[in-house]
Write a protein that binds this ligand. Structure first.
Ligand SMILES: *Cc1c(COP(=O)(O)O)cnc(C)c1O
Length: 367
């Protein structure tokens, strides 16, 4: 072999494999594998995208690299400080920037056993060592995380609620975790599903960021806002962390269309309310109906549920049967959960199709 060699660690990274998007021989399947909003983007966001490029955007101009207007709107909506907001090309961008800024070879980053896969990848990309911590009943275990902290630990990544388990730590547990972490360890609270959680029980991540120098929280427009295609996310950071990320990020890491549509989406909180209500209604319906089939099902605070089968083989057969019936779930072998499938809450039609597919799978499987 000749040619340049990537730096150490890069070729040890497994490439990220996302949820299936298509099924051979099935036209327009219901894609319930990526936790996208089944209601799509709101009407205001869609109208803003149609305007863009004709009325409002000039495609020949660079975007506002500081995303000032969007940050100010986010700050007003959430009652937080615009100067501490850093926007990213999806929140994955912010997670990678945090890893790049605070991790390097010899450092350790801590994540839980079935955490969102991007953490491990973002850490590995820097040459740091991911340290995996056991969960308890698919839930992050504060004591186990604390026991894994060494003097090499630089970041603890925690999605709350987590994808794919859907479990979350309450306010007291997150506070206890933070309290026992050394000041030099960054706690990253990934709030990708925050909009779906009952606000009464959602841990006050923004307040924690305001009160401490070592907490960052991330948010995304990809889930409840229904804008995954545009790649827009953000982090709320202590000032010195925002400063580090702003030096490191691409100067124009968010494109003008995303900025423009993101603003309109924030002005449409009715769409978030509607999405939350749709999600809660159909999540509860699916849990009840699928549970009624005798399939193990676990509800979550997010926009997906977990199905549990007897063994990995049965889960794989259920996945194949659902795909053949035109409903794509997310297989979770890569997450160390081979007996489970993750199912995003879809449109009414998609949810009914998912149930019907599981019903026939059950019948066929028993026969
Ligand atoms: C979907 C998801 C994200 C991020 O997505 P972006 O599209 O990059 O904003 C981040 N964290 C978790 C846990 C997710 O499930």
């Amino acid at each position: 072999m000749s040619g340049p060699t990537p730096k150490d660690g890069v070729l040890d990274m497994p490439a990220y494999v996302g949820g299936k998007e298509t099924v051979d021989g099935v036209k327009n399947p219901f894609k319930l594998s990526a936790n996208e909003n089944p209601l799509g983007a709101g009407v205001k966001a869609q109208a803003a995208l149609s305007d863009f490029g004709s009325d409002t955007g000039d495609l020949s101009l660079y975007p506002d690299g500081g995303a000032r207007a969007l940050r100010e709107k986010l700050a007003a909506l959430n009652n937080i400080d615009a100067a501490r907001i850093v926007c990213g090309n999806g929140s994955d961008d912010i997670l990678s920037l945090l890893a790049q800024a605070y991790l390097g070879p010899g450092d350790e980053m801590v994540h839980t056993a079935h955490a969102f896969l991007i953490y491990k990848l973002a850490g590995r990309a820097t040459g740091a060592t991911p340290v995996e911590v056991a969960e308890q009943d698919l839930t992050a275990n504060v004591d186990a995380i604390l026991a894994a902290i060494s003097d090499k630990t630089k970041i603890v990544f925690l999605a709350n609620p987590n994808n794919p388990t859907g479990t979350m730590l309450d306010k007291d547990a997150v506070a206890r975790l933070h309290k026992s972490l050394p000041d030099s360890v960054l706690l990253v609270l990934d709030g990708a599903y925050a909009e779906y959680v009952d606000p009464d029980i959602y841990p006050a991540a923004f307040d924690m960021v305001d009160a401490h120098d070592n907490v960052v929280t991330t948010r995304t427009f990809s889930k409840a806002y229904g804008l995954a295609a545009l790649r827009l996310g953000w982090g709320y950071c202590p000032p010195q962390i925002a400063d580090a990320l702003n030096r490191l990020r691409g100067p124009f890491n968010i494109n003008s269309a995303a900025l423009h549509v993101g603003m309109a989406a924030l002005d449409d909180q009715a769409h978030i309310e509607k999405s939350r209500a749709h999600n809660a209604q159909w999540r509860d319906w699916l849990v009840q109906q699928i549970g009624g089939l005798g399939i193990g099902v676990r509800s979550t605070q997010a926009n997906f549920i977990l199905l549990e089968f007897g063994d990995a083989d049965e889960a794989a057969r259920a996945e194949a049967a659902m795909c053949a019936a035109g409903v794509i779930p997310r297989g979770l072998a890569a997450y160390g959960l081979p007996t489970r499938l993750r199912l995003s809450i879809g449109t009414q039609d998609a949810n009914r199709a998912a149930l019907a597919a599981l019903e026939s799978f059950n019948d066929g499987d028993d026969a």
